[in-house]
Design a protein around this ligand. Structure first.
Ligand code: SF4
Length: 386
């Protein structure tokens, strides 16, 4: 099985926290739509004979594309790849694009899952973020999506906002739950360097929320969603039973995927391809029949660390026998003392033969993963002793 990701690199306006690749100039949009279809044709052999189970339009703001352009791209995908009839086809959408007319046409085009960028249900926060919608609009559009027949809806929220009390986050969660989404993604705000927030931070005009209040908000989120019957299946992702994001979980399981469009990544076994993050250069290169990407070949230590990092973020955890079988790295043996310490401190647990994070461990997931990592020198040493 395989997945396809299509990056739509346009946004109405730039959110102050966002460092994804996008342009607010839309003059290249229709040339981009032609180029991405050409890239589909150029990349037709990338997935070999694998069946495509998920298609994901991300961005940027894919819902800015008129439904007929999405329809064209989907038709080209269907005529080029073997896409299963029950494939999960997700569209990331901003609330302001989800009027009743486009909603119906997105469905007709074959979109069966919406991932809606709500971020907050509070107008002052939305203005602070420079989002292009209001809180009431967001609420209303999710309801309209429901009426239009979407039965698999994910909402995105952001927490850890400077100067926002826990009560504001509690209100956001309560409003989100009232909409009964099948899936919810929640991300702690980070002040990325090349963003407006990053700039304000550098100028000392914006102070990040302290770790303790971010942790408190995350703990509240886990407890509330658990009470509401959601499964916490990945650090930032929760779902009602049966509504895991099939596309994202394929990433975490190391399944091959093809990324199309500027800045998209593709993955196959040991290699990752990174498409150029520039709309004009991308279009130019595709017009000459060349997909503009750089190739990254992952070495064994990088692959091991990726398995540890992504595995620990999921509720399935890490299966040490895979690391031993594939790379000769006996995690249990090599990290015995550390694993015991983490277990005794209540950060880590054994789930049958997998190691997974406890609720407390999820608060420091990155740190625990880094502590378990292996470097090239240790792996080389290990291989010598085989
Ligand atoms: S958060 Fe989404 S809508 Fe906002 S700038 Fe980033 S990609 Fe565009």
């Amino acid at each position: 099985m395989a997945g396809i990701y299509i990056h739509i690199p346009f946004c109405r306006q730039a959110c102050h926290y966002c460092d994804f690749h996008f342009s607010t100039q839309q003059d290249l949009r229709s040339r981009f739509v032609d180029a991405v279809q050409e890239e589909i044709r150029l990349q037709r052999d990338f997935l070999g004979n694998e069946t495509v189970e998920t298609v994901y339009f991300g961005g940027g703001t894919p819902s800015l594309l008129p439904p007929e352009e999405l329809d064209q791209i989907l038709r080209t995908l269907h005529s080029t790849f073997r896409i299963t009839t029950n494939a999960e086809v997700t569209l990331e959408a901003n609330p302001d694009d989800l009027q009743t007319g486009p909603l119906a046409r997105f469905r007709e085009a074959g979109i069966n899952r919406l991932s809606i960028g709500i971020q907050s249900f509070q107008d002052d926060t939305l203005r602070f973020f420079n989002r292009s919608h209001s809180a009431s609009e967001a609420f209303q559009r999710v309801e309209q999506a429901r009426h239009a027949g979407f039965d698999n809806i994910s909402l995105d929220l952001i927490y850890g906002i400077p100067d926002k009390p826990l009560s504001a986050w509690q209100a956001d969660i309560a409003r989100a739950l009232r909409l009964q989404p099948e899936h919810l993604s929640a991300y702690a705000l980070t002040l990325e360097e090349k963003t407006v927030f990053g700039h304000w931070h550098k100028m000392k005009k914006l102070i990040p929320a302290d770790d303790e209040s971010v942790a408190q908000q995350f703990e509240y989120l886990m407890a509330e969603l658990d009470k509401a019957g959601y499964e916490h299946y990945e650090i930032s992702n929760f779902c009602r039973p049966g509504f895991i994001s099939r596309h994202n979980s394929a990433y975490w399981r190391g399944v091959s995927y093809l990324g199309l469009g500027p800045s998209a990544h593709s993955f196959r076994g040991q290699t990752r391809q990174h498409n150029i993050a520039n709309n004009a250069l991308y279009i130019q290169s595709i017009a000459q029949g060349v997909v503009p990407f750089t190739l990254e070949v992952l070495n064994d230590a990088e692959r091991i660390n990726e398995i540890i990092y992504t595995g620990l973020r999921t509720r399935w955890g890490v299966d040490p026998s895979i690391l031993k079988f594939q790379f000769g790295f006996d995690l249990v043996d090599r990290r015995r003392a550390l694993l015991r310490r983490l277990e005794d401190s209540g950060w880590l647990m054994w789930q049958e033969k997998h190691i997974a994070l406890t609720r407390k461990g999820k608060l420091v997931a990155d740190q625990i993963a880094t502590d378990l990592f292996i470097d090239d020198a240790e792996l080389a040493e290990l291989k010598k002793s085989f």
